[in-house]
Design a protein around this ligand. Structure first.
Ligand code: NAD
Length: 237
């Protein structure tokens, strides 16, 4: 297994939930974590947790749906050092029937979940290509594989994220860059609670720490992993 010690990861949506758990898990492996989200207070709290555990953290606020905001933020992150691992995790969701969900919200969901990952990757990729190394992990969802009732925007954005990942993977593997899309089902975070996905039993579904551990393991294995039984990984043969 490859050591991640000394690497630098940029995690979007790192203010809470899966992003927070992943920041702590990577920091435990000796990875310096750059944390990006919209809310500075959330980021400061996560950075404090990372530092309390002996890790290194850098924080930057940005709206991933805004290309200028992303470019400014990524420039600050790259000034801290080249990014070895990019995790496009920032995401939003709403339940709403196909006709009930307002077009503006539909657009916002696709903008954050799909364009957000595109903008951040576009800003980070040139330095990965220059250095001929990099890992890009895109957090999709089972909804992106098979859809889910009353989540047309979310499902469409997550399906497109898988397709974007697969296309990019085929394009950049010659540069020794790996691209993986993950398709978790329900994880006990604020998003799942807000969408009432946990049926009042958040302990019955996967915890963000469990998913973070799997992502760390996948990065350490330094190869693409298929955990089909867990229904978790989109494939990158
Ligand atoms: P969460 O709501 O707990 O956290 C989302 C994070 O993203 C927050 O830090 C928030 O500030 C940030 N964010 C949202 N919009 C942003 C924007 N425009 N710019 C920058 N940051 C932004 O959500 P979570 O459950 O931890 O989800 C993380 C990812 O995992 C999402 O992409 C989500 O779609 C995906 N996912 C979640 C579940 C689940 O059940 N929780 C399942 C499958 C996939």
């Amino acid at each position: 297994m490859e050591s991640l010690n000394g690497k630098h990861a940029l995690i979007t949506g790192a203010g809470k939930g899966i992003g927070r758990a992943l920041a702590l898990a990577l920091a435990k492996e000796g990875v310096k974590v750059s944390l990006l989200a919209r809310t500075a207070a959330d980021l400061d709290a996560v950075a404090a947790e990372v530092k309390a555990a002996g890790g290194k953290a850098f924080t930057v606020t940005a709206d991933v749906a805004d290309i200028n905001s992303v470019n400014n933020a990524v420039a600050k992150v790259l000034a801290e050092g080249p990014v070895d691992i990019l995790v496009n995790n920032a995401g939003i969701a709403s339940f709403g029937g196909f006709l009930a969900l307002e077009p503006a919200r539909w657009e916002e969901i696709v903008k954050v979940n799909l364009f957000g990952a595109y903008y951040v990757t576009r800003a980070v990729l040139p330095s990965m290509i220059d250095r001929k190394t990099g890992d890009i992990v895109n957090i999709s969802s089972t909804a992106g594989q098979r859809g889910a009732a009353a989540t047309s925007a979310y499902s469409a954005s997550k399906a497109a994220l898988i397709a974007m990942s697969e296309s990019l993977m085929q394009e950049v593997r010659k540069h020794n860059i790996r691209v993986t899309s993950l398709t978790p089902s329900t994880i006990a975070t604020d998003m799942a609670l807000e969408l009432k996905l946990t049926d009042g039993n958040p302990e019955k579904v996967m915890q963000p720490e469990d998913l973070a551990e799997l992502i760390v393991m996948q990065l350490k294995l330094n190869r693409r992993v298929f955990v089909k039984e867990a229904g978790l990984w989109s494939t990158n043969p």
